[in-house]
Design a protein around this ligand. Structure first.
Ligand SMILES: NC(=O)c1ccc[n+]([C@@H]2O[C@H](COP(=O)([O-])OP(=O)(O)OC[C@H]3O[C@@H](n4cnc5c(N)ncnc54)[C@H](OP(=O)(O)O)[C@@H]3O)[C@@H](O)[C@H]2O)c1
Length: 282
């Protein structure tokens, strides 16, 4: 049995679907089972990564775990899960981390939180694998409102390119690592097939949607305010903006061959991702 945390989110949901399609027994942890909308074959359990008792219950009969944690709680939630996993006899934990933990100059919050989680995983005594994507194509969904209502994309750091990854490719790597041998002790940096700037992504979306879109570069302070206006905490907004600023660095634009090496399938382009998500922008 594989326990998937973050199963209702972008990557976790794609992983659950993949495991179910392969008829792999899968359990999903969520704080709100009634709202989870997961496939029938999934054993959906209520739990909170901040609550060790609920984690222990979710781990009964589990031998492998996909560990996805978010925000400032990453170090504590990783530690909670790892502590209970070691007690429960779990054999292998695959942690979704940040590709930027491999960049020694990245001292901003998100890679720093993940580095603590990675260290706890290495120290846990469990078999482990770390997946480090650089940036999700799905972040473009944050532009959906302005595309729908203003035919425009507003973003900071317009010259920065990120080798963005399709969540389906991250899920494909995770499924392979969870269900085959040879990945113990490995850290895989993941990327899509090309590095794109927000303006280039806007051009791809315009092409796929079949209508002109404008790209408008905005000051970082305005972009930060837009994140806060969406209900994100000030702490997390600062962390996200610090992350976005690193799009200007060469580290985030490096294309890695790992998705194809691990899964045997070439990673999806942003155009393929956008074609799958037309309804979100229409
Ligand atoms: N976005 C990027 O560009 C990017 C790039 C590299 C790495 N990453 C990393 O990817 C991860 C985010 O993945 P994602 O976008 O797929 O996540 P997401 O869509 O934001 O979903 C978050 C998931 O975490 C679960 N969750 C949140 N708090 C929880 C808690 N206290 N207990 C149990 N479950 C909890 C939620 O489940 P319920 O609400 O159902 O409980 C949900 O399934 C982060 O670690 C991030 O650093 C992101």
């Amino acid at each position: 049995m594989i326990l998937v945390t973050g199963a209702t989110g972008t990557v976790g949901r794609a992983l659950v679907d993949r495991l179910v399609a392969a008829k792999t027994p899968v359990r999903a942890l969520t704080r709100r089972p009634a709202a989870a909308k997961l496939p029938e074959a999934v054993d959906v359990v209520a739990g909170d990564l901040g609550d060790p008792t609920s984690i222990a219950a979710a781990l009964r009969g589990v031998d492998r775990v996909f560990l996805l944690t978010t925000g400032p709680e990453i170090p504590v939630h990783d530690a909670n899960l790892l502590h209970e996993a070691a007690r429960a006899g779990v054999t292998h934990v695959v942690k979704l981390s940040s590709g930027r933990t491999g960049d020694d100059t990245a001292t901003d919050p998100i890679p720093s939180w993940h580095r603590l989680g990675e260290q706890a995983l290495r120290d846990s005594g469990l078999a482990w694998t770390i997946l480090g994507p650089l940036g999700f194509m799905a972040n473009a969904l944050h532009w959906a409102d302005s595309i729908r209502h203003q035919d425009s994309v507003f973003a900071a750091y317009g010259h920065g390119r990120i080798a963005v990854t399709d969540e389906h490719d991250i899920a494909a790597v995770a499924a392979t690592v969870l269900t085959s041998d040879g990945h113990d002790g490995r850290t895989y940096r993941l990327s899509g097939p090309e590095a794109l700037s927000p303006g280039e992504m806007t051009a791809v979306l315009a092409d796929v949607l079949g209508r002109p879109l404008r790209f408008i570069e905005v000051e970082p302070a305005r972009a930060r305010q837009a994140i806060v206006d969406h209900g994100v905490s000030e702490l997390m907004a600062d962390a996200i903006m610090a992350l976005r600023a690193t799009a200007l660095e060469s580290f985030t634009s490096t294309v890695h061959p790992t998705v194809a090496e691990i899964t045997g399938i070439r990673p999806n382009s942003f155009k393929e991702w956008a074609a799958r998500h037309i309804a979100d922008f229409a």
